[in-house]
Write a protein that binds this ligand. Sequence first.
Ligand code: MRU
Length: 360
Amino acid sequence: MSIQTISWVNGHVKLIDQTKLPGKLVYIHCRDVKTLWQAIRRLSVRGAPALGVAAAFGVLLGIKSFSGSGSRSRNRNDRKHFSKHVDQISDYIAASRPTAVNLFNALARMKQVVHRHPDASVGGLRNLLKKEALAIYEEDRKLCRRMGTFGARLIPSGANLLTICNAGALAAVDYGTALGVMYSAKAKGKKFQVYACETRPLLQGARLTVWELLRSGIDTTLICDNMAATLMKQGKVDGVFTGADRIAANGDTANKIGTYNLAVLAKHHRIPFYVVAPRSSFDLSIKNGRQIPIEQRSKEEVLGFGGCPTAPRQVKVYNPAFDVTDNRLIAAIVTEKGIIRQPFVKNIKRVFERRNHSGE
Ligand code: MRU
């Protein structure tokens, strides 16, 4: 896997502009936090784990402009202003997209750095924040590979898999969650093939998942979203693998709109439905999926694609970007700590409180 979705290079953020894929592989260089905010908002960078990393790097961009409270001010005063500045940048980044909790978890970690070091100077805090952002970046690389190892056990040789949206290298730093499981299975020599739902309205499945699976040499077939039921009825799906934007304490999972459809269909056809997500995608402060904020996006995304109209402009449009899959439809959640099965309320708590990584 040789896709580097996002990185911190020479004091700025370099990221793949995913709105241009699969046509062109081009990069955006974000040198200020506003450019990064806009890249998040228009989905140049997207996918829950990548959003966490982008948010942390966004704080680094934001603190570049901090000039202190005046040359005569005392260091302590500067620190107070700096801390306020970090809070303001974090609030700004937090307003970019509401659903993926990884973004909020990363911002919380960055703010904690400041609060955990009450005696550090502004210079010291700058270094500590950079260290934390790079740790969030490195962790993603490691955790995705660990989830891949656990999740590959769920893929029987010769299996036909179904996925939606893009939960691959492009949704993380360089490996991915649901697709990471497939990369790991391939590396272990397992034979399988993948059906990718195209994922209207923005076609992350067709544009991004197909692009990266083909680059990885995985046998891939593209389907329109409304073909999944027929595929399952024909016995052509042995397992569904998806990512997650936010998982509640009871296992209810928000992911790209259309994921819930697949989970209902999978239940009806007795096909296991798996979610693959790291700890940073869990929001244990909420009891269930009803409390997950769902992003509503512009009607333009549904009314046309690539400059071509797909419907009469005067029609009313409903465009929620995510839906919530009830925990009872989920066979297992693959995390970096192992595979979590029902009952989720008890097992999620147990897995995240446990120290060792035994796997199941
Ligand atoms: O709107 P997007 O493209 O950011 O939606 C992304 C998804 O729904 C992914 O499946 C999810 O973030 C998990 S990525 C590992």
